[in-house]
Write a protein that binds this ligand. Sequence first.
Ligand code: ZN
Ligand code: ZN
Length: 398
Amino acid sequence: MNKKLPASGLLEEAQQLFDYTQSIRRDLHRHPELGFQEKRTANLIAEGLSRLGMEVLTGIAQTGVVGFLEGHASEPIALLRFDMDALPIQEENKVDYASTHAGVMHACGHDGHVATGLTVAKLLKKYQNQLSGTVQFVFQPAEEGLGGAHEMIKAGVFTRPKPKYCLAFHLWNERPVGWFGVVSGPVMASSDAFTIDIKGRGGHGAIPDQAIDPVVVVAQLIMAMQTIISRNVSPLESAVLSIGQVNCGNTHNVIPDKVAVKGTIRVFTPRVREHVLNRLQAVCDGLALGFNCEIALVVEKLTPPVINNQEIAQLVGEITREIFKGAVIESDYRTMASEDFSYFLEEVPGCLILVGSRNDQKGFLSSHHNPKFDFDEQALTNAAALLAATVLRISEFS
Ligand SMILES: [Zn+2]
Ligand SMILES: [Zn+2]
């Protein structure tokens, strides 16, 4: 970065754009769109970037948008990624910017991510002549378990020369505004979805000896699965195994013939992942043998863990300290939540920054994915200043 421009100057500039950032965020919040359906959102982004004179590509992986802010060289020096999609949740907030789409809500903060992305583009436009290379803005659809990042990469986000670094942020309502999670190494877990189908033999509820009751089997299975984390994974490692769905039976006096179970597995390392999956398979096989039924386990790999690059995380940490005097910066924070920015990090070294957005006094205290989720919009300004400052610093040594 130009020495005449301390990073803290960017916070002031981002602050001056607060009304713009807030109006975009609230507009998107009123009009949330689910993954791969973000048409209105994509139009708004494309317009915003085009107005800055940027080259804009649309329709990448259906609704993705990519913008290029060209510096002295056309090779990208940094890629910034912002996710766009909402969730199938009915909003319960009574605010004038509440969702106008029944059953759809920005309950993860991706409306804020898009607003921040456009704000960063505005901030960096002013310093375009200081950029040593091109900054690639990637607005990605369908982060919420639909594989949007992977689709964007397949669709050719990296067809031009790969940027040196990639950056993203996620608003974080588990921590107050003014807090930053800047972590070197793993920060968010991998996510696997699993389905278990238990096939027994249906029958009369009063004649269980003629049936093979899969309801009793699933009860055993659920309890046995709890021991995988508590008894098989080292207490010094982290793993989660949660069941989100159990489907069986229709009435009180019929033993059903099958049960379907769906759940999620979260870990930080391939080694622990393999261990958990091996144990899960063994528990299923053992119960099938013991109860004389069939148990089929299918695992779907959704996202790898988010693993930040040490060098870039250190740089982001330094800039955070420079911009936000007295900020709380946690460098050993981890969450079992997952984020498909991990696919970008598999291609290019980079950093996903967690930006505190909770504010108990203002009533913004609900977790992500909650129908009452809302956040302190100051966090968007903080994120915009931090991302813009980091790109300018990267530009200095690129
Ligand atoms: Zn989410
Ligand atoms: Zn999210």
